[in-house]
Write a new protein. Structure first.
Lengths: 561, 518
């Protein structure tokens, strides 16, 4: 490090100043996260003390109740938010920060947290589903696949009820990730979210080697990207003298911290932004940091894939929006070209590669990458409309994708067989199970962005924001990529409806109550958000503040500081 | 005037579609009757609305309704019709019950006794009426794209032949590609114009008045490509023959007769009026593409061996006439083009339906499988001849009037395209009469013995169309009375004037002050 001279006040790096007073913590606004955290801790104790026979039902009840409770608390906070009225300064309606400014609870946070909680609730229903005494998770993950020991565990009916505390901890991370208001909190949230997921990925009951490979891959690459993220934080700290987003924003506006005279530290900032971007782009799965997604989505137990494709994606984009629009909002000219390139690469490459996929889960993984590219166009816009559009898109996509994965859990190659992975095995599903095929067709049409589905409104929202911000070429690339993606969505519909099944065709498990309600919720959300999105758009998203908006500048971004 | 006519006309088939879909399995007869009833009810509703339409009204749009839909994006559910939209809605409402009637026995082999097919037809009817009635660009786009889904299933699931899957995908991807480009333009229209309401966007005071020339041209292209694919126009027509060839004849009637009109209607309503300057700039390229379509479509039609594909290629040629009329930008040519859209729907609809009757009898659409049908089924051959002659625009039949108007208007715009377009007329005689000759005349083929003539149901399905073709052939005035004011307003919006007829000086001085003031 550069040795500090005497002229630099020591306080500049010792920020925030440590005082005698304990930091004030607003427990009320943190309550949704606290509830989930407490439930996670209690769930660990249940693992230790509850009798094995009743563990599953206790765990499930606790998990669902805590998520529901956290959701109610979140909704209550939305109600307590002051309404945006004429004459009020943006700061007054934005929200609050707490715990020494490390957590910001504002409208975007609450919307994201609410969405994540609902999506996690739905995913938990999938996690809990058991058919003919068999769940999606390994009986005993510690055994060697194919070993005698594994067999004995399967026969004994062992179950991994640890799944529930793990999901709850991951959920805590997801809730904190988009709410974090400084980089250290965000990093902690990132790890709290990721570590349980690494484990959960390796717990698939069938094709366990695939699953373990996915877990290792995810862990190694995830750890690698976390390191980038952390190094980026250090560099930005060097530039701004703080890890707090509001301070960084101010430092960029004033040209660097007092440590460096005359803004000579800009390289620190630029490299820092780039490295932080690597960490965040990895989590959202943008090209060229997307390679983990197909492997992990394919290998992980399908309920966990559903959780990752919905909740984790929402959380990661929430964090990304906050970092880029708020902390780095004043450096928009520096990072916008980079995200342009990433967005174009993401949309084009993923769409093209997806065309060649045969495995349905890999295909949806690539589709998720393409969708990440679409959301990135809204991030590039860096306007309140872009923020609103991205949030809506994420919510719409989350519901649709959980529904799609729920359908995947039901379709098997044969009676008691594994999930039908290869799409050719889906031929003729429209004839044998018209309702299930109809639901999946709806989800696929929503992915393709056909009007009257939520996917269309979401796409319209993000593209409109991008065009308004002058990124029309990006939108043209986006719609061309949409046309390519439509090809493989439609191909699945063709297989399901117009093709004769091979042999007896896929065997469909009768949807249990849990999976059935997941699919039902997905269908309802996809149609409702597509036909009548107004309530969501108007009440939950921050209204754009019309005045004082310079085009292209993220000055009023709807985030609290 | 308080009755929300358009909403009712859209809601009735939409609710009907849902009702048909919910009929318990095994009630095939009920499904058919219900569908026919709903479509006739819609026709009645649209018809009584049309009687209340006032052609002399000063306002452009009538039966206007507007409800907020997504205020955040400035999107409204807004309906309203001018004369052009009205006649197209009427045409759609006339065609649907006839298609249902023609499809009466087509569903006996399908596993759901045609429930899905009939529900899709009604859903499509609701969307077709909606797309012509929409006066909000966003709503128009939504319906324009959503219409693809029922047609996609009608071709892919209920179509004919082994190629139907490919044809359905091709149709969907072509349309979707164009539609997505249009989406960019739709968004840009909103960003530039600040509203989606068509009436607030057009005109010298409209939201798009201040858009700079280059942007307007790009936006024009965004809309135009989508409409050209839909219409279809050479060189983006390739989906049409395969889609029509793989459809049931009833589907082909709706596809070519109504759906494709959305493309030409969109050019007239959106491309021209939203971007008048750009439209003037693009006149010659579009005229050239239209001429290519006319000649190319006609030549390829001659070479076809499949009746449905042949009719599809004739439509490519006819759509060339329509786009030529629209972009010649004279009042005769545009009135002719609009009239052409209606007449083409009836004439081509009749051709597809009659070809469908032949297919229903013999299970083949190949021209080579027929011969001498006239001796076995004189009535069938007769209506086929009338429909065919309408297709080649014989004087006295409805399409003649429209084609003549297009020629007159185009000649006033520039003689050369008009002269080239006449090639299409000559070739039309060739492809229609040759098809008639090969299928209907000559020695009777052995396998055709016992071919039934038109049944009562089939006569009811195709009879009204023949009657309309004859009626509008001698008396087109009622239609033109409705169309003309809308065309004049369009011409006014796009700042186009009819070229002065070239008259020699002696007549000019005799005609008085008009000549003097020039």
């Amino acid at each position: 490090m550069i040795p500090l001279t005497d002229s630099v006040p020591a306080a500049a790096i010792a920020s925030p100043v440590i005082t005698e007073e304990p930091p004030s913590i607003d427990y009320a606004v943190l309550s949704p996260m606290l509830v989930v955290f407490a439930a996670g801790v209690v769930a660990v104790l249940i693992e230790a003390f509850a009798p094995a026979a009743r563990r599953h039902s206790i765990q499930l009840g606790l998990a669902l109740a805590s998520v529901l409770g956290a959701f109610v608390l979140t909704v209550l906070q939305v109600g307590a938010m002051p309404d945006a009225e004429a004459g009020m300064a943006p700061e007054e309606v934005a929200g609050v920060t707490t715990a020494m400014n490390s957590v910001a609870i504002d409208r975007p946070t609450l919307f994201l947290q609410g969405t994540i909680l609902v999506l996690s609730f739905i995913s938990l229903l999938l996690v809990a589903e058991r058919r003919s005494g068999e769940s999606a998770f390994a009986a005993q993950a510690a055994t060697v696949p194919g070993s005698e020991e594994e067999r004995s565990h399967v026969l004994a009916g062992s179950r991994h009820t640890e799944v529930y505390p793990l999901v709850l901890f991951a959920l805590l991370g997801m809730l904190l990730f988009p709410a974090a208001n400084d980089f250290l909190t965000m990093f902690v949230a990132l790890e709290v979210m990721s570590l349980p997921l690494y484990l959960l990925c390796g717990l698939a009951r069938r094709r366990r080697l695939f699953s373990q490979e996915a877990a290792v891959k995810y862990f190694l690459l995830g750890a690698f990207s976390s390191a980038f993220f952390l190094f980026g934080i250090a560099l930005v700290y060097g530039y701004a003298g703080s890890v707090n987003f509001a301070d960084i924003h101010e430092a960029i506006e004033t040209g660097g911290s007092t440590l460096f005279v005359g803004g000579t530290a800009t390289p620190l900032l630029l490299v820092g932004i780039a490295m932080i971007a690597v960490g965040l782009l990895f989590k959202v799965g943008a090209v060229p940091f997307h390679n983990w997604k197909p492997d992990v989505y394919q290998g992980a137990p399908t309920p966990i894939t559903a959780l990752m494709a919905s909740g984790v994606l929402v959380a990661a984009f929430g964090a990304m929006l906050r970092v880029f629009l708020m902390a780095f909002g004043a450096a928009v000219a520096d990072w916008r070209p980079m995200l342009w390139v990433v967005a174009i690469l993401t949309m084009v490459l993923a769409a093209v590669v997806a065309v060649t996929q045969r495995d349905i889960k890999r295909l949806l993984a690539y589709s998720s990458v393409v969708h990440a590219g679409f959301v990135l166009t809204a991030v590039v816009a860096a306007t309140p409309e872009g923020l609103a559009g991205a949030l809506f898109y994420l919510a719409a996509y989350g519901f649709t994708t959980i529904g799609a994965f729920a359908v995947i859990t039901l379709v098997r190659t044969h009676e008691n067989g594994p999930e039908a992975a290869d799409i050719s095995q889906w031929a003729g599903l429209g004839r044998t199970s018209p309702l299930l095929a109809g639901a999946l067709a709806l989800f696929l049409l929503a992915f393709a962005g056909i009007p009257l589905t939520s996917g269309f409104i979401g796409k319209f929202a993000v593209f409109q924001a991008a065009v308004a911000a002058g990124a029309t070429p990006l939108v043209v690339v986006g719609v061309l990529a949409s046309a390519v993606t439509a090809f493989f969505y439609v191909r699945i519909i063709v297989l399901m409806y117009f093709a004769e099944p091979e042999g007896a065709g896929p065997s469909v498990i009768r949807a249990g109550t849990l999976t059935g309600s997941v699919i039902g919720l997905g269908v309802a959300a996809t149609l409702l958000l597509g036909v009548y999105p107004t309530p969501v758009l108007d009440t939950l998203l921050p209204q754009p503040v019309e005045a004082a908006l310079e085009p292209g500048m993220a000055t009023e971004d709807g985030f609290t500081r | 005037m308080d009755i929300p006519w358009l909403t009712l006309a859209i809601a009735l088939p939409a609710v009907g579609a849902l009702a048909v879909a919910l009929v318990p399995p095994g009630c095939g007869e009920l499904v058919k009757r219900l569908t026919l009833g709903v479509s006739l009810g819609t026709l009645l509703l649209v018809g009584s609305m049309a009687l209340r339409f006032d052609p002399g009204s000063a306002g452009r749009l009538q039966f206007e309704e507007i409800y907020p839909w997504i205020p955040r994006f400035g999107v409204n559910i807004a309906f309203g019709v001018d004369g052009i939209a009205l006649v197209l809605i009427l045409m759609a409402a006339v065609l649907v019950p006839l298609v249902v009637l023609a499809a009466w026995r087509e569903n006996e082999e399908t596993d759901d006794s045609g429930k899905g097919y009939f529900a899709l037809i009604l859903a499509l009817e609701a969307m077709m009426i909606g797309v012509f009635a929409a006066t909000d660009v966003f709503l128009f786009y939504v319906l324009f794209e959503a219409m693809l889904i029922p047609v996609y299933f009608m071709i892919g699931r209920y179509g004919r032949g082994p190629n139907r899957r490919r044809a359905a995908i091709k149709f969907l991807l072509f349309s979707l590609f164009g539609g997505l480009l249009m989406l960019v333009a739709v968004i840009a229209v909103y960003v530039q114009g600040g509203t989606f309401l068509w009436a607030d966007l057009v005109g010298p005071d409209g939201g798009l008045a201040g858009v700079d020339t280059t942007t307007a041209r790009w936006l024009f292209l965004g809309f135009f490509v989508a409409f050209a694919i839909k219409a279809p126009m050479w060189p983006v027509h390739t989906w049409l023959p395969s889609a029509a060839g793989a459809s049931r004849p009833g589907t082909a009637v709706l596809l070519v007769g109504v759906l494709d009109k959305v493309g030409t209607y969109g050019m007239l309503r959106y491309c021209l009026e939203l971007f008048p300057e750009a439209a003037h700039w693009f006149v010659w390229p579009v005229v050239v593409l239209s001429l290519v379509s006319i000649v190319y479509g006609a030549i390829l039609a001659i070479g076809q061996s499949d009746m449905l594909r042949l009719i599809a290629y004739t439509s490519l040629s006819h759509f060339g006439f329509i786009t030529l009329g629209i972009f010649a930008m004279t009042s005769q040519s545009q009135a002719g083009a609009t009239l052409y859209m209606v007449n083409h729907g009836f004439a081509t609809g009749a051709l597809f339906l009659i070809a469908g009757f032949l297919i229903a009898r013999q299970g083949s659409a190949a021209i080579a499988d027929y011969g001498g049908v006239q001796r076995l089924a004189p009535k069938l051959a007769g209506v086929f001849l009338v429909a065919g002659l309408a297709g080649l625009a014989l004087p006295g039949l409805a399409p003649f009037v429209s084609e003549f108007l297009v020629f007159v208007g185009t000649y006033a715009f520039h003689p050369v395209p008009a002269i080239i377009a006449t090639v299409g007329v000559v070739l039309a005689a060739l492809y229609i009469l040759w098809m008639y000759q090969r299928t209907m005349t000559g020695p009777v083929r052995e396998e055709l013995t016992g071919l039934r003539d038109l049944t009562g149901r089939e006569a009811w399905a195709v009879g009204p169309l023949i009657a309309l073709i004859l009626l509008f052939g001698v008396q087109p005035q009622p239609l033109l009375d409705v169309i003309n004011p809308a065309v004049e307003q369009t011409m006014h919006q796009i700042d186009a004037t009819d070229p002065e007829p070239a008259v020699d000086p002696a007549d000019q001085s005799a005609s008085g002050q008009e000549g003097a003031s020039e």
